[in-house]
Design a protein around this ligand. Structure first.
Ligand code: C2E
Ligand code: CA
Ligand code: CA
Ligand code: CA
Length: 275
């Protein structure tokens, strides 16, 4: 069944089976996307629960395909991941996020999403450091977001890479927390600074007791481990109110801002938190 709405672009449907031919075509087109300037970044603020101020911005990649229009990352990132083109795209995202933070966001802290193929690419740690250095962007203001699924495979190698990043001052966030299956052991073993509670739990906070219980357990655990706890996908004041009475440090979601180009994204948030 066709579904309309913000996740549907140019005839594509979010997360649905894209046929093989389309995938091959998109992969071929991706090879030229960087040099043809078809990629862009959208930034979404992370807001401090106490201060109400913007703590940092998450950079999210966008692809404006010359014929198909905007293609969402949920569709093309998995394709790029499979063919390995994600490495080049990922490098572009890192360079561009640093550059735009400095030129348009007052040097604000940023986070970028890194995929498994990219994390395991040759000299990943040195490459990232070199890109930050070239951009003159401080590692302490740079966070890498990773999902658990990335860490499961070849766990020892992943751990070594994360420890090396951490030693160089880069911050690490565990993304989509709660959707994996061995969450607790990963939290303990890996040197994360931040956990981001998955949107699926936040979505049902107000009307589903088990989502609330899970979110609460995650927040209490994060607090015990001295991690920064971020709730993602906050859309309503009701969700915000529930989170504000609990162990949640930062919030992110449409309630504050959609992901937007650096020139359009808010540099301060007014209202919501103090209401
Ligand atoms: P993610 O890292 O979990 O990013 C959050 C997604 O939720 C973003 O979708 C964002 O637009 C959306 N979102 C934020 N707030 C709300 C809200 O209040 N309500 C709802 N319904 N959605 C919200 P987006 O930009 O389509 O990105 C989807 C996924 O694609 C990301 O999920 C991430 O896994 C991946 N991705 C995006 N950019 C990159 C990138 O540069 N590199 C890699 N490897 N993956 C990326
Ligand atoms: Ca993320
Ligand atoms: Ca997420
Ligand atoms: Ca996600």
């Amino acid at each position: 069944a066709k579904r309309n709405g913000r996740n549907t672009f140019a005839g594509f449907e979010a997360g649905m089976d894209t046929d093989l031919k389309t995938r091959r075509e998109l992969d071929a087109d991706l090879a030229r996307a960087v040099e043809r300037n078809e990629l862009s970044l959208a930034f979404q603020p992370r807001v401090g629960m106490r201060s109400g101020g913007i703590v940092s911005y998450e950079a999210l990649v966008r692809w404006n395909h010359p014929e198909r229009g905007m293609i969402r990352p949920g569709l093309f990132i998995p394709i790029a991941e499979q063919s390995g083109k994600i490495d080049e795209i990922g490098n572009w995202v890192i360079r561009e996020a640093c550059r735009q933070s400095l030129s348009k966001l007052g040097g604000a802290a940023i986070s970028v999403n890194v995929s498994g193929h990219q994390l395991r690419s040759r000299n990943f740690v040195e490459n990232v450091l070199a890109m930050l250095e070239e951009a003159e962007f401080p590692p302490e203001r740079f966070e890498i977001e990773l999902t658990e699924s990335i860490l499961v495979e070849d766990r020892d190698r992943a751990l070594a890479i994360l420890k090396a990043l951490k030693r160089r001052g880069i911050r690490l966030a565990l993304d989509d927390f709660g959707t994996g299956y061995s969450s607790l052991s990963y939290l303990r073993a890996f040197p994360f600074d931040t956990i981001k509670i998955d949107r699926s739990f936040i979505m049902n906070l107000a009307n589903d007791n088990s989502s609330l219980a899970i979110a609460d357990a995650v927040m209490n655990l994060g607090r015990a481990l001295k991690l920064t706890i971020v709730a993602e996908g906050v859309e309503t004041i009701e969700q915000l109110t529930i989170l504000s009475s609990r162990n949640c440090d930062e919030v992110q979601g449409f309630l504050f801002s959609q992901p937007l180009p650096a020139g359009d994204v808010p540099q301060a948030i007014d209202g919501q938190l103090s209401e």
